[in-house]
Design a protein around this ligand. Structure first.
Ligand SMILES: [Zn+2]
Ligand SMILES: [Zn+2]
Length: 94
């Protein structure tokens, strides 16, 4: 089951809402992961459906630059100001 995730930085006020994380409730083949685009300095959701995270390169849906995926268990840094301790909350399922 996929979660909608909210990311919030207490240092600069950066906020990303409704970022899909995981596999779809209705169709588990549909997968999304949050990633950081350093070009846009923001968190974007990247669709992984039918793709291999280990061998493929993934790009920002907005600007086309390569992105870095979030991994559960990382200590999250704000994509805008790089402050550690980015707050993460779940806001429902998709
Ligand atoms: Zn920040
Ligand atoms: Zn971008």
């Amino acid at each position: 089951m996929g979660e909608f995730t909210t990311f919030e930085c207490g240092a600069c006020g950066y906020r990303a809402e409704h970022v899909r994380w995981g596999a779809g409730q209705l169709d588990p083949r549909v997968r999304f992961l949050p990633a950081v685009c350093h070009h846009c300095q923001k968190i974007v959701e990247v669709e992984l459906t039918g793709r291999d995270i280990l061998i493929e390169e993934f790009t920002c849906p907005d600007c086309g630059h390569a992105v870095l995926f979030f991994e559960k268990g990382d200590s999250y840094k704000c994509p805008r100001c790089r402050a550690p301790g980015l707050g993460i909350a779940q806001a429902g399922y998709w």
